[in-house]
Write a protein that binds this ligand. Structure first.
Ligand code: HEM
Length: 302
């Protein structure tokens, strides 16, 4: 045992020394890391420059153009302020891109294993198409998408079982007592798992492991929200996801566009109740699907 500690201790010291040397001389993974950060920063700066030339152009209605136009009086020409804007862009890209694509991956996997839910979404889409006189799905308005209650419910249900951010942590700056009386000391990590919470019988009932979009609908088929502390998929409280509504909008737009055009068949079968027992996830910061989602697309007869 003593030897084991000795070996572990010397390996730890060796690794730490190696990293310090790399950091000091700017070589190895330290150098790669800095180069990667520089590349990401450059990318964001180029995005800012390209938008800058179009400020005032009313046809530019993307999020960044609007953000820049509305806050230009803050003086983003200034170098330091530009860096601030750059960091905002990077945080939006990092926070918003992989989270929504991860959510959609599990969603399409689950739909393939639940034909009834797929049918319900098609039914809702075809009602929408009729009411909008068969407008192209890419031209649907915010309100059109907002009214897709079943789709909203199915996305929420999919993220309950497969939350894109499965575990989240906080580091305490001071001693604290949680509402249930649990003591948390200064410098401790407090973690919660949205994945585990989404599968708790105490919170979601005995059918907690089933994919049932209906639990999010009231008697009139209208979407009903649950408490953010019961469903912390977008975190809760002050630091809750700023892009939640936008994420739903994005995901709904993608689902409508794809499902309107194609039949999606998951290679090897999708998330049936049997397959959901041992879902193919690989854990990282996000709940990725192991080996990705392989599908066959077939053009739908309109
Ligand atoms: C399904 C999609 C998404 C999920 C599940 C999700 C989830 C989360 C979670 C759990 C957090 C809290 C992270 C933490 O503080 O530890 C967060 C924060 C954040 N999210 Fe999202 N997010 C999604 C999409 C988006 C989109 C599309 C955007 C922007 C366009 C976005 C912007 C942000 C920002 C800016 C924060 C930081 C908020 C703050 O710290 O005050 N998210 N998100």
């Amino acid at each position: 045992m003593k030897n084991c500690y000795k070996r572990f201790g010397s390996r730890f010291i060796l690794n730490t020394t190696k990293l310090l040397v790399w950091w000091f001389f700017n070589v190895g993974s330290e150098r790669k890391y800095k180069e990667a950060i520089e590349r990401v920063n450059q990318f964001a700066m180029e995005v800012i420059k390209s938008k800058e030339t179009q400020i005032g152009d009313k046809t530019n209605e993307d999020l960044l153009s609007r953000f820049m136009a509305s806050s230009w009086e803050m003086g983003f020409e200034d170098e330091e302020r530009r860096k601030f804007l750059r960091d905002i862009i990077i945080s939006f890209i990092l926070a918003g891109k992989d989270s929504t694509s991860t959510a959609l991956t599990w969603f399409f996997w689950l739909l393939d294993g639940h034909p009834h839910c797929k049918h319900m979404i098609h039914k809702e889409l075809s009602m929408l198409m009729t009411s909008t006189h068969h407008i192209h799905p890419l031209n649907l308005t915010f309100d059109d998408l907002k009214n897709l209650h079943y789709l909203h419910a199915a996305l929420s249900e999919s993220m309950r079982l497969f939350p894109p951010v499965p575990i989240n942590s906080r580091l305490t700056v001071d001693d604290d007592i949680l509402p249930d009386g649990t003591f948390v000391g200064k410098g401790w990590f407090a973690d919660y798992s949205a994945y585990a919470m989404g599968r708790m019988e105490r919170l979601w009932g005995s059918d907690c492991r089933e994919f049932k979009p209906g639990r999010w609908l009231d008697d009139n088929g209208m979407y009903q929200n649950f408490d953010q502390y019961k469903y912390p998929v977008f975190h809760g409280g002050f630091r809750m996801c700023l892009g939640k509504e936008m994420a739903y909008l994005q995901m709904k737009s993608v689902v409508v566009a794809v499902m309107h055009e194609f039949e999606i068949e998951v290679v090897g079968g999708g998330g049936t109740p049997e397959k959901m027992v041992e879902p193919p996830y690989s854990l990282s910061l996000l709940l990725n699907m192991k080996n990705g989602l392989h599908v066959r697309l077939k053009k739908r007869q309109q």
